[in-house]
Design a protein around this ligand. Structure first.
Ligand code: BGC
Length: 756
């Protein structure tokens, strides 16, 4: 464990500024190119665009991903596809192309303003033949109007008198990790406007994109270039030393998921588009609104402040706003890994943040699971079960899309069993639906969507459990728990105890439904055959699921036989830059007590109200040292941080927390190039709120029992609980712990004094 690794390190000059709102890159380092492309990703809940440069750079990994735009592909079946690149803006100075790999960079600064949702870049550049110019780029993807994207570029000549040429284009045929998915149907232009009409090859989703080039206050008229591959606009003008020319590329984008005529609509919208400044003002106002409810203020620890906001920014940028048939992939819309498929990452890691600060967005994400129930039913049926069995990896229809084979870090091909047997996803979804309901009081959503999810997944469990006559209990055999280092195991404690919770909750829910909405209860009773006998069976199963829980010590065995596996000391393998599985191989790791991520501890976190301190401590002491914290799974550190708070281990909590908080900004796991770690980002919010602030939900609303990290002098955030906002303004001291908690709700205000 690298104690206080992050806390005591020199504040990283490269990323910090004193406001806690700006991520700054002060030097362009080609070796970090792909990592920084991820860091500087922008999104607006509709699309995400990686932070590649407008003018391009060799080997850049540009990507624009739009929610729901999947196409068929070998092995992973369907993938979120890289959409036409809207960024290209090529500038030539006296015939020499401006790009950071040529000439000389005299000054460079790139900034992501999280508060405003804007990326800007200042470059002082000397061309290969010695002309000096300054470039200021600014970019946003509008949060106010998700179909509008904009770039502004100001070119100032320091000592060059001569011709500059500007070319704007779309790259219409980008590849997605080497695979081409687009067929151009049409492209063209008129005056200062170009457009593109494309279609995905297999799923035949259409996309329309249009762009216009506008020169501010200058009488410069662009012309179209006829190019077989993609639409382009080009213009030349003369610049004098000391002169600044300012231009804007405004882009609109639609797909056939929103309109039958995406290219026409993109064009019509563009023609009537207000000015860049007006668009920008609306965009900023929208971000302001988001931050009003979702911000976390931390005083006394600038690095934690900035990194927390960064994580929240990326989640808000990825959460679909007007679409309830899509969800957030593990890499948001910022990278290709996991093919844009949907995992439990959304429900268990990301949702609590949205449920408690932006419930309308949480509702969208959960409704995606309702709309994919048919796929879940097909999956159950194909596997010989009843009810709904959600896909471990899901896309448009909810059918299972987990690849069956994958190449490991070592190059071996291994069979992936998650799609067949990582069944805990079923409970994870029910758990998220239940908590959304509990925290928002949205009875209508539960009645119309949530109830069917929770009840039909219970029907599945009834068919999945097996009676063990010898032990006189129910088994759930042949599964994978959260710790994927061990597959095809029996009686995973996480799965079994979550199923117990699930069935008990389903029974309580059905009772409520019968009382509150008898007609809906009757409809569901008929549809899912919820006869009394079935409900009694659920109660019986929930009371008799096998778990090896030593009530004397509190220790829970992760699955049957786990304690018989070879025990190893993970410290013996340090230092390393690979996961334990990468180091030892899949088979050897599965024979050892090495966890990829919390499993029993994950359970104790999710059901934290059901377990006492002794149980938590016993399992923490056992499983924590056996978990691959550094390279196992990025989903782990935040959960460990919260539990360390519960166990009053502040240094351990802080170290895990910062590992999660900086996973992308500082590339802690050396894989941020592949995209933002969305689940970790959600875990960061949960650590601050449920860990450091110690928020517990009571029947009277959320209450805090804080334990702030050393140095945090203030922690402030809002939670929305059943339509009321609760504001927490917690004061800490230089040395640790907390002084007072100040709770303000729309109805009442109270101040609670508490000792450390
Ligand atoms: C983790 C899963 C997670 C998936 C996507 C895997 O490595 O073990 O828990 O859902 O990544 O983030």
């Amino acid at each position: 464990m690298q104690d206080l690794l992050f806390h005591n390190s020199q504040l990283d000059e490269e990323i910090l500024d004193s406001t806690g709102w700006n991520v700054i890159e002060r030097e362009f380092q080609p070796a970090k190119q792909h990592h920084k492309e991820t860091v500087f990703t922008l999104g607006n809940g509709y699309l995400g665009t990686r932070g590649t440069f407008e003018e391009g750079y060799p080997n850049d990994s540009s990507a624009t991903l739009i929610h729901g735009i999947y196409d068929d592909v070998a092995i992973t079946q369907t993938e979120l596809v890289n959409c036409p690149n809207w960024l290209p803006l090529v500038i030539k100075v006296g015939g020499e192309r401006f790009r950071l790999d040529s000439g000389e960079i005299l000054r460079y600064e790139r900034r992501l303003d999280l508060r405003l949702g804007i990326i800007s870049r200042d470059v002082s550049w000397r061309s290969p033949t010695g002309h000096t110019l300054e470039f200021h780029f600014e970019r946003f993807v509008s949060l106010a109007d998700q179909h509008v994207l904009a770039i502004r570029c100001q070119i100032t000549s320091v000592d060059f008198d001569g011709e500059v040429s500007v070319e704007v284009a779309f790259h219409s045929d980008p590849s997605t990790q080497g695979v081409k998915h687009w067929k151009t149907l049409n492209h063209n232009g008129v005056n200062n406007i170009i457009w593109l009409h494309s279609q995905t090859i297999h799923s035949t989703i259409q996309l329309g994109m249009a762009a216009k080039l506008v020169f501010e206050g200058e009488d410069i008229a662009p012309i179209q270039l006829h190019h077989a591959e993609c639409p382009k606009l080009q213009t030349n003008f003369v610049i004098q030393s000391g002169q600044t020319v300012s231009l804007e590329k405004i882009v609109t984008v639609y797909t056939s998921r929103e309109t039958p005529t995406p290219s026409e609509l993109a064009l019509i919208r563009l023609v009537t588009m207000p000015s860049y400044t007006t668009l920008l003002a609306a965009h900023i106002a929208s971000w302001e609104q988001q931050w009003h409810d979702s911000d976390i203020l931390i005083e006394g620890d600038l690095k934690a402040q900035l990194s927390v906001r960064y994580n929240l920014f990326q989640l808000l940028a990825a959460a679909p706003r007007y679409d309830d048939r899509v969800s957030i992939p593990p890499k948001t819309l910022s990278g290709f890994e996991y093919s844009g498929h949907i995992f439990w990452d959304t429900e268990i890691f990301i949702l609590p943040f949205l449920t408690l600060t932006q419930p309308a967005l949480a509702r969208n994400l959960l409704s995606y699971r309702y709309h994919t129930l048919l796929g879940a039913r097909r999956k159950a049926q194909e596997a010989g079960y009843s009810g709904a069995m959600y896909a471990w990896e899901s896309a448009t229809t909810g059918d299972e899309v987990t690849p069956r084979w994958l190449r490991t870090e070592n190059g071996d091909m291994v069979r992936i069993w998650c799609g067949d047997i990582e069944v805990h996803i079923n409970t994870d979804i029910a758990y998220a639906a239940w908590h959304y309901w509990a925290y928002t009081g949205d009875d209508q959503w539960m009645r119309d969507y949530g109830a069917e999810i929770i009840l039909d997944t219970s029907v599945f469990w009834e068919s999945r459990v097996e009676w063990n006559a010898q032990r006189e209990c129910y088994d759930i055999r042949h599964v994978i728990g959260p710790d994927e280092n061990h597959d095809r195991i029996d009686n995973n404690a996480f799965t079994n105890l979550m199923v117990k919770w699930h069935l008990q909750s389903a029974l309580a829910l059905f009772d409520w439904l019968k009382q509150a909405y008898p007609n809906v209860a009757t409809q569901l009773e008929d549809k899912l055959n919820l006869v009394n006998q079935r409900l009694e069976k659920w109660a019986e199963i929930s009371n008799n699921l096998f778990v090896n829980h030593d009530h004397e010590t509190g220790l829970i065995e992760q699955f049957e036989g786990f304690f018989d596996l070879e025990d190893v000391n993970l410290a013996d393998y340090e230092p390393r830059t690979k996961s334990m599985q990468g180091l030892l191989g899949v088979e050897a790791t599965s024979q050892k007590q090495i966890l990829k991520q919390p499993d029993v501890l994950m359970l104790l976190y999710l059901l934290r109200d059901q377990y006492n301190h002794k149980t938590l401590k016993a399992n923490w002491d056992y499983y924590n040292p056996r978990t691959d914290h550094s390279y196992g799974s990025s989903l782990g550190p935040a959960i460990n941080a919260i539990l360390a708070c519960d166990l009053n281990q502040p240094l351990e909590a802080y170290t895990h927390f910062m590992r999660a908080a900086l996973v992308d900004l500082e590339d802690v796991r050396l894989n941020a190039a592949k995209g933002v770690h969305a689940a970790s980002a959600g875990g960061v919010w949960q650590t601050v709120v449920f860990g450091f602030a110690g928020i517990r939900m009571t029947q009277f609303g959320p209450v805090a029992c804080p334990n702030l990290p050393s140095g945090w002098t203030r922690l402030k955030f809002r939670l929305k609980w059943r339509n009321e906002f609760y504001e927490f303004d917690l004061a800490g001291s230089e040395n640790t712990n907390y002084m007072q908690q100040h709770l303000v709700s729309s109805n009442h205000q109270s101040t609670i004094e508490a000792a450390a």
